[in-house]
Design a protein around this ligand. Structure first.
Ligand SMILES: Cc1cc2nc3c(=O)[nH]c(=O)nc-3n(C[C@H](O)[C@H](O)[C@H](O)COP(=O)(O)OP(=O)(O)OC[C@H]3O[C@@H](n4cnc5c(N)ncnc54)[C@H](O)[C@@H]3O)c2cc1C
Length: 279
């Protein structure tokens, strides 16, 4: 766990609430993710749900400013889609009493996107306190962005974190950035309160400029970044009057999440190795 410490808020709910409190004190909100994914048994899915119930109880007591992020494969999407839907619906219903009742459904591999968006649509028909993530690298995403704009759903836009085949995803960095900007522009001008999830300084600058030119208010969207990534940029955006929400993962199942963060940046591999030797 000590290796993952930079990117993971800790293992317990108390660790997570304390991390959110620190972010709130620095002018940021959060979205809490109980780590876990790709579960293969029903009881593991039920355990994920139980963990979220506990988190919701703790949040109701603590008064910190955060909402929740969940992964459908942690709720059993690969085991039984009906079970995963029931557990998702239940989390959304339980969270409805919170100060911020919004539940974000993270997006995973391209092979899970259709089922995840279907789960989102089913949940959204019952409660609008739920929104999906769309990944700019996927070739299908322009259509999904339009569908979500038509639906009035709140979208988090990210580049995409999984290794995907060129048939389904753009792989060139410059193309992904260009797609991101195009999709962000559509969401900012026609969508509902989009979340611009990136640490890419060039994109953030382009998006700031675009919103100023179009007269889009700083309350009409939020920037989102990951816990432990570019904290100085996070603080800078707050000081400029932007809304900033930090994705705060916690729990003991940190390996998959940590591996994605390491593979995003070579320097992180050196950081992890040096942590190993300097312990
Ligand atoms: C709030 C949030 C939620 C997300 N949710 C999802 C999701 O549901 N599904 C999904 O597939 N992906 C998700 N992602 C991950 C996303 O898809 C990218 O993999 C990740 O954000 C890196 O892309 P980037 O836009 O920051 O740009 P990059 O070009 O990768 O990074 C730009 C700069 O940011 C910094 N940086 C980026 N990543 C790291 C890192 N790991 N460590 C240190 N510095 C880094 C570096 O300075 C880098 O030069 C999420 C990202 C954020 C911020």
């Amino acid at each position: 766990m000590f290796l993952a410490k930079r990117f993971v808020a800790g293992t317990t709910i108390t660790d997570a609430v304390n991390a959110v409190q620190r972010l709130n004190d620095a002018g940021m909100t959060a979205t809490l993710d109980f780590l876990g994914e790709d579960i293969t048994r029903r009881d593991e899915a039920e355990r994920t749900h139980a963990a979220y119930s506990e988190i919701i109880t703790a949040l109701a007591r603590s008064g910190v400013r955060t909402n929740l992020s969940v992964k459908m494969t942690a709720l059993g999407l690969h085991v039984d889609t009906d079970l995963a839907q029931r557990l998702l619906d239940s989390i959304i219903a339980e969270a409805s009493t919170l100060q911020d009742p919004f539940v974000r459904i993270d997006m995973e591999r391209s092979s899970d996107v259709s089922a995840t968006l279907q789960a989102f649509r089913t949940a959204y028909a019952k409660s609008q306190n739920v929104g999906p993530v769309l990944q700019a690298y996927l070739r299908r995403t322009p259509d999904d962005v339009e569908a979500m704009i038509d639906l009035g759903a709140r979208v988090r836009l990210c580049k995409g974190a999984y290794d995907e085949r060129p048939e389904v995803a753009h792989t060139e960095k410059a193309t992904i950035r260009r797609e991101y900007l195009r999709l962000a522009e559509a969401l900012l001008s026609r969508g509902k309160y989009p979340a611009i999830a990136t640490h890419d300084p060039g994109l953030i600058e382009s998006i700031s400029r675009l919103t100023q030119e179009r007269g889009i208010s700083r309350d009409a969207f939020e920037f989102q970044m990951l816990y432990g990534v570019r904290p100085s940029l996070q603080r800078l955006l707050v000081s400029q009057g932007y809304r900033v929400r930090i994705y705060v993962p916690f729990g003991t199942h940190w390996v998959g999440y940590f591996r994605r963060r390491i593979s995003e940046r070579r320097a992180n591999a050196f950081f992890a190795l040096s942590a190993l030797f300097s312990r």
